[in-house]
Design a binder for this molecule. Structure first.
Ligand SMILES: [Zn+2]
Length: 186
């Protein structure tokens, strides 16, 4: 039998269930605050007081977390967070050395990989949808060159959404993956 990630997942879950105290598992949802940040695992939310889950499964931060490439908001997630989970205050947390900045700089590599791995038909369908230039791909990915500017732009984008309540409080900050420092943008 080949060893797969699924085997690792099953083993990890057996170990987790042996180790945790289930009564300390967080079973309540978020209360009022949400973080929109990058899916990059280097963005450690403990840096902004959102505690990671401990080895015993305990976590008490109760912050809604939306993680997407480049800390760009997912509108579905935001709508549910605001109108179902009662999130009234948001932090948009960008970070240094983001892969989405890298995607901006290395868009040619992405294009070459897509050409190598997709069928011509699939590639044509993608180009029909997105456009076929490097800049089309960059704007579809929502790449950026400066994380502070990206955070400001994303906050402006959130404010422009038709469903964003005018009293939604939105903060912006950038996490430095090299030092752990968080600098406030707005
Ligand atoms: Zn990132």
């Amino acid at each position: 039998m080949t060893h797969s990630w699924l085997d690792d997942i099953a083993a990890a879950n057996r170990s987790f269930r042996d180790r945790i105290r289930p009564q300390r598992l967080m079973t309540d949802g978020p209360t009022g605050r949400g973080v929109i940040t990058c899916k990059d695992p280097r963005v450690n939310l403990a840096a902004v007081g959102v505690r990671a889950f401990g080895e015993d499964g305990f976590q008490d931060s109760h912050v809604a977390i939306i993680r997407t490439a480049g800390a760009r908001v997912d509108e579905r997630s935001l709508l549910v967070a605001v109108f179902l989970a009662d999130v009234t205050e948001l932090l948009v947390l960008g970070h240094t050395d983001c892969g989405v900045k890298k995607a901006h700089d290395e868009v040619q590599k992405i294009r070459a990989q897509m050409e190598a791995r997709l069928t011509p038909q699939a590639l044509a369908a993608f180009h029909d949808e997105v456009g076929d230039s490097s800049d089309d791909l960059r704007s579809w990915i929502k790449t950026f060159t400066d994380p502070r500017t990206a955070v400001r732009d994303e906050i402006a984008h959130i404010r422009s959404l038709s469903f964003a309540p005018s009293d939604l409080l939105i903060h912006g900050a950038v996490y430095d993956v090299a030092t752990g420092a968080v600098s406030i943008v707005t």
